[in-house]
Write a protein of this length. Structure first.
Length: 320
């Protein structure tokens, strides 16, 4: 995830800011030119600097009441309107936990080919998991397209990679874009054995596609259109933090076949904690503080039920 918007105005900026480094300047874009969303956030100088006590504190809490714990597809038309209830009372929230699809990922080794295999298998698992969930809700679901890049390119949401960016979701063509080498380069030096750091990125981008198919992004964009920077950035944070929670629920649902050691889980939480935007000016705080950016992953992972991922009804203090 990296800054919501690329440094130079693209045809249609994508969802999400660059994974590491200062994000590009926040810039509002009307819904006809949908912003891109990414899974990184900003590095806040925390990675590598957390003490064991802080790490244990991160692992032990669930911030918001959680329980203990490239193919082309035919698209359905995105809804033209969305009410507040689309976000606050979406049918997905009543579908319970994601049904396990027994995802087993290939071992990551150095090189783009290995990362491509990893991403393809993980994306197939996400396709199967979320397709089942939408069926539970009686809602139509189309899987997203995938572009896993090794060289620079362009999308309807702008050029890639943007500085520090490793991944983003472009709602203009329902496509996830992930850099095969960029996702490693922007991970703060995490070893490939900490696979959850990279899996969380893909699961987060997929979460934006889920929001898009459910109509939640449309409502969020309408909120961001209101003009006031405080309203815009809060709506953006609710979108981003919900995608974090959706990623957590998926990783939790697959725990039997995607087991995580304490070290792997800790690495994932430290990674997302370090991507908070609390050091940015208020009008650029569009992804959430490190505490909340990590906390909503934990909420999804421990709570499991999709109802815990409703970021649209919690107080502003829970999405700051």
């Amino acid at each position: 995830m990296a800054g919501h918007y690329p440094p130079s105005p693209p045809p249609a900026p994508p969802y999400g800011p660059p994974a590491y480094g200062p994000p590009p300047q926040y810039r509002y874009v009307p819904p006809r030119r949908p912003p891109r969303r990414s899974a990184g956030g900003t590095i806040a100088g925390i990675v590598g600097g957390l003490t064991a006590v802080v790490v244990l504190g991160i692992l032990g809490f669930s911030l918001f009441g959680g329980e203990g714990g490239i193919g082309s597809h035919v698209r359905s038309a995105t809804p033209r309107t969305a009410t507040r209830a689309t976000a606050t009372d979406n049918k997905l929230y009543a579908t319970g936990a994601l049904s396990p699809v027994h995802c087993a990922l290939p071992r990551l080794v150095p090189g783009a080919a290995s990362m491509r295999r990893f991403m393809d298998v993980l994306s197939d698992c996400l396709d199967a998991s979320w397709s089942k969930q939408f069926k539970k809700a009686g809602m139509r679901f189309d899987t997203p397209n995938r572009v896993f890049w090794q060289t620079p390119g362009t999308s309807p949401c702008g050029s890639y990679p943007a500085p520090g960016a490793s991944a983003f979701y472009c709602p203009a063509n329902n496509t996830m874009y992930v850099g095969l080498t960029n996702v490693v380069a922007t991970s703060g030096g995490e070893p490939l054995s900490h696979y959850a750091v990279f899996a969380r990125v893909i699961a987060h981008e997929y979460g934006h596609h889920v929001q898009d198919r459910a109509g939640i992004l449309l409502y969020g964009d309408a909120e961001m259109e209101k003009g006031d920077s405080a309203i815009r950035t809060e709506a953006s944070r609710r979108i981003e933090l919900q995608a974090q929670c959706f990623a957590g629920t998926f990783l939790s649902a697959e725990r039997s076949t995607l087991p995580m050691t304490q070290a792997q889980y800790t690495a994932m939480i430290i990674d997302v904690r370090g991507r908070g935007d609390e050091r940015l000016p208020p009008d650029q705080r569009d992804h959430g503080s490190g505490r909340h950016y990590a906390g909503w992953v934990i909420t999804g992972f421990k709570g499991r039920n999709l109802s815990v991922c409703n970021t649209w009804t919690v107080p502003p203090s829970d999405v700051s």
